[in-house]
Write a protein that binds this ligand. Structure first.
Ligand code: A2P
Length: 320
């Protein structure tokens, strides 16, 4: 039920539901139904991005649920992200407007810079991953500092309530904090028990920035995943804790983030799992459970983008 939503408060006073609905990897053709089920279930926070290639279908679902009277726009908290070929400041508002058109809304609740590194600059009709003749992704020239200044303008213009970043490391977040006139409210990163981001979380806590965990279930459907990558949903410690509480492994992984005060956005396109993942309010992990889960951290990053690790703003070089 929607009334079960728990909220975090951003440093600008805006509130946001701690449990959101992930849409990365949800294909057009399946995402519309998934978002409708999610809204019916009670999810009010929808995590989107232009790069996911499905914002139009998500917009259709939102529009239908608003038309049906299930929710109003104000009940929803909608996030999207600015892709890497759009870091040049003079295109940022145009790109945001395309997202708003696709989502069929007039403002975003939260807009994130998707990655710190710029790809070769392009327009809305260009390849999102520009490649040279050898198939190598082409780096852009932009700096995320200038991109951030354009993001601030979106808040000024009332198109976006809050802004933040995704996949930035601590040093890069500091760069933003050093020049920001509008502070980032949120940092979205890969986060789960194998990569619990405790140091980044501490840094974010010190700076009054809320962390969001993407791939909280370990993204078994992640296209970059290697067969040797360990499966979180089958981890014996997680399964033991799930058994102890009579819940599923996914419930434990979601609840873990909620109890740390981390926003969490599990993805599913399956009706049963969408509904099930929302029912995490009727149990509590105890300190021993939390310590055991914290003990699983092994710096295992599923999403690495290794092919662009030579880019100047590639984030996963620093310790955190
Ligand atoms: P599906 O979409 O078919 O439900 P993450 O949020 O970490 O990216 O993980 C998403 C992946 O986890 C998808 O493959 C999704 O499949 C699967 N998934 C989502 N919820 C559950 C669940 N409760 N149990 C098992 N797998 C799940």
């Amino acid at each position: 039920m929607a009334s079960n939503n728990q909220f975090v408060t951003f440093n600008n006073g805006e509130q946001y539901p701690i449990l959101g609905f992930g849409t990365w990897k949800s294909k057009p053709g399946e995402v519309e139904e998934a978002v409708k089920v999610a809204i019916d279930t009670g999810y009010r926070h929808l995590d989107c991005a232009m790069f996911y290639g499905n914002e139009k279908e998500i917009g259709d679902a939102i529009n239908q649920k608003i038309d049906e009277g299930v929710v109003s726009r104000q009940d929803l908290y909608i996030t999207s992200k600015l892709w890497n070929i759009f870091h040049q400041p003079d295109i940022v508002e145009t790109v945001l407007n395309k997202t708003l058109t696709d989502l069929q809304i007039s403002y975003l609740d939260l807009y994130l810079v998707h990655w710190p590194m710029a790809f070769k600059e392009g327009g809305l009709d260009d390849d999102f991953i520009p490649k040279d003749d050898d198939g190598v992704t082409i780096e852009g020239e932009g700096s995320y500092i200038e991109t951030w200044q354009a993001m601030e303008q979106l808040v000024e213009n009332g198109l976006v309530k809050s802004i933040g970043v995704s996949n930035f490391n601590k040093r890069q977040i500091e760069d933003i904090l050093n020049i920001a006139t509008v502070k980032p409210v949120n940092v979205q990163v890969e986060c789960h028990p194998y990569l619990n981001q405790s140091k980044l979380k501490e840094f974010c806590d010190e700076n009054d920035i809320v962390l969001t965990a993407y791939s909280p279930l370990g993204s078994p459907d992640n296209p970059c995943r290697k067969p040797e990558d360990p499966s979180l949903l089958e981890n014996p410690t997680i399964l033991d804790i799930a058994g102890k509480h009579g819940k599923s492994a996914a419930h434990v992984l979601i609840r873990y983030q909620i109890q740390r005060g981390v926003m969490v956005i599990p993805k599913s396109v399956n009706k049963h799992r969408i509904e099930s993942n929302f029912y995490v309010w009727d149990f509590e992990l105890d300190q021993e459970d939390m310590d055991q889960i914290d003990g699983l951290d092994c710096n295992c990053r599923y999403i690495q983008m290794k092919e662009i690790e030579h880019f100047k703003d590639y984030p996963f070089i620093d310790e955190y």
